[in-house]
Design a protein around this ligand. Structure first.
Ligand code: FEO
Length: 403
């Protein structure tokens, strides 16, 4: 049975939730599931904004038929061609052959790559183009690389509604309410929203900043993203989060100690550093990078200001899970951090120099203290060095906090 939700009198939510999915994009655990959002506007013309992932297609087509109430489907705006939003397009075109697809120039090309579509029902729009659909206008805004190159957003100025594609989305299925102001977003969604942002869109901070500049010129009342709840209150709060995230600024002052340990000695070193940081009044978290998923680690690394990396040496390199984390941080353009290093090695410690090589190649990074070398197990000398390292991080933290 259909399950359509009204956003305004003539705008409807048709999306669905997948709570069985294990890995979003075959990469990111989503224990709380994910929603795929689609919206239908009923004006003089009917306009569908995006489709959904194949996992929730059946419910979507029931919703679409019910919401149309026998009217034809006139337009389908395709904001983003990634299959979590476009997988249902072929069935849609077959079901509603008269509908015109409204797409960016790059989407027009991608449509041909994905589907056996002819061009007769495709209307290509560019940044700034508008289209009247009755009492409302749709203005199209190019948003390249948020999160693919073809992405566009659209805006209805008469009601201040922004369809934001992947931006302002989050992992986490919707639990009944579709509105961010009807859930405790900060408690229940913010960690997932941050993890979604940094893992999915975080690499493209400059492009997100460009979109935020465009958005600042609009009178936005409602944001309809492709995942997660619809925003109609507290827009400044989520916009400010995106501003900080996309500028690669730490969201919070605090330290995170990441460690990769095989038999517990590197963990011991990490716990000594963390304990000393806590004693000195620095808020600190500790993660075993071999246990916590790298998408969570990445999100936490971007969130905090001070990072300590502790790794054992393995095959003359950095331990596998730590190497994966550092590689992911570099790929996502991590920058603007204070970091400190601890290495371990029983006969030829190498991890410190290799971690430093990666971290020092990132933009605006500063190192606190000297790399501490542990030879197999922490002894009196390395114990003192770990305490000294924590002091150096704490000194930087309080100097930084005073600015
Ligand atoms: Fe939700 Fe980039 O797709």
């Amino acid at each position: 049975m259909h399950n359509v939700k009204a956003i305004t009198k003539q705008l409807f939510y048709l999306g669905g939730n997948d709570r069985r999915i294990a890995l979003f994009e075959s990469a990111f655990p989503v224990p709380r599931g994910v929603s795929y959002n689609s919206y239908l506007l009923l004006d003089e013309k009917t306009v569908l904004f995006d489709t959904v992932d194949s996992a929730v297609a059946e419910g979507f087509f029931e919703n679409l038929e019910a919401a149309l109430g026998g009217r034809p489907l006139d337009f389908v705006v395709v904001h983003h061609m990634e299959p979590d939003h476009s997988a249902s397009l072929l069935r849609l075109v077959e079901t509603y052959p008269a509908a015109e697809l409204v797409v960016s120039p790059k989407t027009a090309q991608m449509l041909k790559n994905y589907f056996p579509f002819s061009e007769k029902n495709v209307r290509v729009v560019k940044d700034g183009d508008t289209m009247s659909v009755g009492s409302r206008t749709i203005r199209f805004l190019a948003a390249p690389m948020v999160h693919w190159p073809e992405v566009m957003m659209s805006y209805i100025p008469e009601e201040g509604i922004l369809f934001s594609a992947d931006a302002f989305g989050t992992f986490g299925a919707l639990g009944g309410s579709i509105f961010a102001d009807e859930v405790h977003f900060e408690r229940d969604f913010l960690d997932d929203a941050r993890r979604y942002y940094f893992n999915i869109v975080g690499k493209y901070g400059i492009q997100v900043q460009n979109v935020l500049k465009k958005a600042s010129a609009l009178q936005i009342q409602t944001i309809c993203p492709l995942h997660g709840p619809v925003w109609r209150k507290d827009l400044a709060w989520i916009l400010q989060k995106y501003d900080v995230w996309s500028k690669y600024l730490p969201e919070e002052k605090g330290a995170v100690v990441f460690y990769a340990s095989v038999y517990g000695h590197t963990q011991n070193a990490a716990e000594i550093v963390a304990g000393e940081l806590a004693e000195r009044g620095v808020p600190v978290k500790v993660y075993d990078v071999s246990h916590t998923h790298v998408s969570d680690l990445l999100s936490e690394a971007f969130r905090y200001s001070h990072l300590v990396f502790c790794s054992t040496t393995y095959n003359n390199g950095v331990f596998l899970s730590m190497e994966a984390l550092l590689s992911d941080l570099k790929a996502h353009f991590m920058q603007n951090k204070c970091y400190a290093l601890v290495e371990n090695g029983s006969w030829s410690p190498q991890a410190g120099a290799l971690m430093e090589e990666t971290l020092s190649s990132m933009k605006n990074m500063r190192k606190a203290g000297e790399t501490v070398t542990v030879l197999s197990a922490v002894k009196e000398e390395s114990y003192a060095a770990l305490k000294e390292l924590a002091r150096a991080v704490a000194d930087d933290f309080f100097a930084d906090a005073a600015q």
